[in-house]
Design a binder for this molecule. Structure first.
Ligand SMILES: Cc1cc2nc3c(=O)[nH]c(=O)nc-3n(C[C@H](O)[C@H](O)[C@H](O)COP(=O)(O)OP(=O)(O)OC[C@H]3O[C@@H](n4cnc5c(N)ncnc54)[C@H](O)[C@@H]3O)c2cc1C
Length: 371
């Protein structure tokens, strides 16, 4: 059995990336809650979204606990609010009203089933740190998902995935505040209606605020090496029987090579989902483009590579104003300095329209447009 661990730390080590200077205060009416509510007025969120879009929130509520969440919701009363984790999958507008920044910390081995260890994690924990921590503790299973930016609480929202593994493959349950029933609920994996970059949390936006995620990591581990990039990297390193840590390191090397570091060049990772077409449509495309990368799906449909379609449409390395299509990976749009959200959407729409015209394939945006 792995070392029993419990590192509940209630946010003491977390550093807010937003500007919390002069206008920060604790709200007196909430002084009697276990987690007195903190409100930051006119918070600058440019550092709290990885595209680096300019955004100011009227009121930002850092959320460190379930009690803190309830107090903040009470404070917002019936006014609309936005839930934010690491801001790595959002396109923010220039102004927002109430923003709840999820910063609930804590990782603990919470139990076990016959086949798996259960690890319960606070929504505010950083995803990649969690991956490395599980590996250090001898709990493999998340290694293919190394170096995905963002928070644990957002991971179920788009069912994060990379290199042949999706969160849904490793998820036991999600604990969330349900705005409809006004109750704290637990959704088991099958309740989450996971699909490719999709879940109930995307399908019913605004309904659930995720406070904790429970992962199930199989006691019997199998390396997932379906993706050629990972297998090739390991071969280059001379590794024939990789451990989970070897795979994590390989994924980190590959991602560092391929993707821009958002701290240096603003981006949200893949800007478009890989489109799925039916067999008939694919056959007509393949007749014209025999080299088109394609991935047959279990239901007979075919997944295409959005990056390839964009590259073939001539956009790789091109820019419009302050936004570019990354020269090493056409699927990534980058902030060339002072991009506005309109600039980003302008380039994205031009790409969608060209791909539609050339291939009769509709690209769908991956990041969430926050209004
Ligand atoms: C360089 C780069 C590479 C990336 N690579 C991948 C990849 O390989 N695979 C992949 O799947 N994604 C990838 N992404 C996208 C992104 O990292 C993930 O979608 C991540 O899960 C977003 O986490 P976040 O905390 O930043 O969410 P945010 O951007 O803050 O929020 C995203 C959405 O989730 C909602 N949300 C956030 N927290 C909660 C919560 N606690 N409860 C309810 N709703 C919430 C928000 O309201 C918003 O709608 C990449 C992004 C970047 C910048």
């Amino acid at each position: 059995m792995p070392t029993l661990v419990d590192t509940e730390k209630n946010g003491l080590n977390s550093k807010p990336p937003y500007n919390c200077g002069m206008n920060e205060h604790s709200h007196p009416t909430c002084a009697d809650t276990t987690d007195a509510i903190r409100i930051i007025e006119q918070a600058d969120l440019k550092q709290l979204n990885t595209f680096g879009l300019p955004c100011v929130a009227d009121r930002l509520y850092p959320i460190h606990s379930v009690e803190g969440l309830q107090a903040a919701l009470k404070q917002c009363a019936n006014a609309p609010f936005t839930v934010l984790g690491g801001g790595s999958n959002v396109l923010l507008p220039e102004k927002l009203g109430n923003v709840l920044h999820m910063d609930i910390m804590g990782r603990a081995l919470a139990g076990e089933t016959d086949d798996a260890w259960l690890v319960r994690v606070g929504a505010g924990e950083e995803w990649h740190s969690l991956v490395r921590w599980t590996l250090e503790k001898g709990l493999p299973g998340l290694e293919n998902l190394s170096l995905i930016p963002g928070s644990v609480g957002a991971a179920p929202v788009q069912n994060i995935g990379a290199y042949g593994v999706e969160l849904a493959d490793r998820l036991h349950s999600v604990e969330a505040w349900d705005q409809h029933t006004q109750q704290h609920v637990t959704l088991m994996r099958d309740d989450c209606t996971f699909a490719y970059r999709d879940s109930i949390f995307k399908q019913q936006p605004g309904r659930y605020i995720i406070t904790h995620v429970v992962l199930q990591l199989a006691k019997t581990w199998h390396a997932q090496l379906r993706y050629r990039d990972v297998a090739d990297d390991l071969t280059t390193q001379g590794i024939t029987t990789p451990t989970a840590l070897n795979i994590s390191n390989a994924v980190i090397r590959i991602r560092t090579r391929k993707l821009p570091d958002w701290r240096e060049i603003g981006n949200v990772g893949s800007f478009f989902k890989n489109p799925v077409v039916d067999a008939e449509h694919f056959a007509s495309l393949a007749a014209q483009h025999p080299n088109m990368p394609h991935y047959p799906q279990a239901d007979g449909s075919i997944k295409l590579a959005a990056g390839w379609l964009i590259e073939q449409s001539g956009w790789k390395g091109q820019s419009r104003g302050q936004v570019g299509c990354y020269d090493k990976q056409a699927l990534v749009l980058v902030n060339l300095g002072n991009a506005s959200r309109d600039d980003v959407l302008g380039l994205a729409n031009a790409i969608v329209s060209d791909v539609q015209q050339k291939f009769r394939v509709q690209l769908e945006r991956e990041p969430v447009l926050i209004n």
